[in-house]
Design a protein around this ligand. Structure first.
Ligand code: BMA
Length: 340
């Protein structure tokens, strides 16, 4: 039983490895068999990375960023019994619009997948006169019904909360430019109906620390704990040799998620292994999903590695929350309500 309460379901069969003896001080440890999805995983798809999974009926399903052999990314669907070995459908997801007509974005990438009430929502980046957020919902993983774009361009990173807060759906996002964006803060927006979004609040800005000094963006769906919403996000350093993407951690107020309670000044994980340092884009660790077991406090993080692979890392709610709290540095822009 963990000291920090993790709200959610029991997942006794979730992927898991105990902390290795040689990882003493780090808050996360990598799966020893990484990467879990390797190159050329499906005919016509060169790389799968930055992808998201959810538990369903004792097994797992996921939405995957599949970079086709012509370089264009689309969203693919997959299933797994154990959360590690994935059977990915070779045909990209064919969305329908709310009238049931086929819908296919020009491209689609970095999907998140979040269950809210009885519906699963996929959220990704697509073209809408520039990079913007696309969304779809499903209940059966057969029909994915596109929901109209929640936000104006440009925005490439959106993450839904797993439940309503104060009666409204909540979504984190990171307004940007349409390119490789050398700036960016995380905001939160509310919606009563998943259609109209407003009450925008600033959550947190790029960090004062070098590893996240250029920009930040949402990662996995926030995890509800007794300390607040545990958020794994990405932070980017701009080096003379390109961007470096690390995984960061923060804890948001449960009732007012635009207030950051704790924010870890250290990265939780940064590119160190060959599959993180070497690939289509070197030096990228990009979290998009977690699996959690409310009984034990175990957390598995799925992250994209070097824009080429899917990798996993583990922690427990006690380990990661205490690490974030012990190393927390917040600014006024973090702790304020974020309304001007
Ligand atoms: C970001 C996004 C991610 C990608 C990262 C590193 O801007 O496009 O999909 O993983 O860059 O290339």
């Amino acid at each position: 039983m963990s000291k920090v309460k993790l709200y959610g379901e029991s997942l006794p069969n979730m992927p898991w490895q105990e902390r290795p003896a040689n990882v003493k001080n780090a808050p996360l440890w990598r799966y020893t068999e990484n990467p879990v999805i390797k190159r050329n995983p499906v005919p016509g798809v060169a790389r799968i990375f930055n992808s998201a999974v959810v538990p369903v009926d004792g097994a797992y399903v996921g939405v995957f960023r599949g970079e086709q052999v012509n370089g264009v990314p689309f969203i693919y669907f997959g299933r797994s019994k154990n959360g590690i070995d994935w059977d990915i459908n070779p045909d990209k997801i064919q969305f329908v619009d709310e009238d049931g007509k086929p819908f296919m974005p020009q491209y689609a990438y970095d999907p998140r997948f979040v269950k809210v009430e009885d519906t699963y929502y996929a959220i990704w980046c697509q073209d809408f006169y520039g990079a913007a957020i696309g969304m779809a919902k499903t209940k059966d993983f057969k029909t994915f019904t596109r929901i109209e774009n929640p936000f104006l361009p440009f925005n490439r990173n959106a993450v839904l909360f797993p439940r309503k807060v104060n009666g409204n759906f909540m979504m984190l996002s990171r307004p940007s430019d349409s390119g490789h964006t050398p700036f960016g803060d995380i905001f939160v927006s509310e919606s009563p109906d998943m259609k109209y979004w407003g009450c925008h609040r600033h959550v947190m800005g790029r960090g004062t620390e070098w590893w996240e000094g250029l920009k930040i963006g949402g990662g996995a769906a926030p995890i509800e704990t007794s300390e607040g919403w545990l958020l794994f996000y990405h932070g980017v350093a701009g080096t003379c040799n390109g961007y470096v993407y690390s995984i960061g951690g923060a804890i948001l107020d449960r009732d007012e998620p635009s207030r950051v309670k704790y924010r870890c000044e250290n990265f939780l994980l940064t590119p160190e292994e060959w599959y993180e340092e070497r690939g289509f884009v070197p030096n990228v660790t990009f979290p998009c999903a977690t699996l959690c077991d409310a009984d034990t406090g175990r957390i598995a993080i799925y992250y994209g590695a070097a824009d080429t692979y899917v990798a996993m890392a583990f922690t427990t709610v006690d380990d990661v929350v205490s690490y974030i709290k012990e190393n927390s540095v917040t600014t006024d822009a973090d702790t304020e309500i974020g309304k001007r």
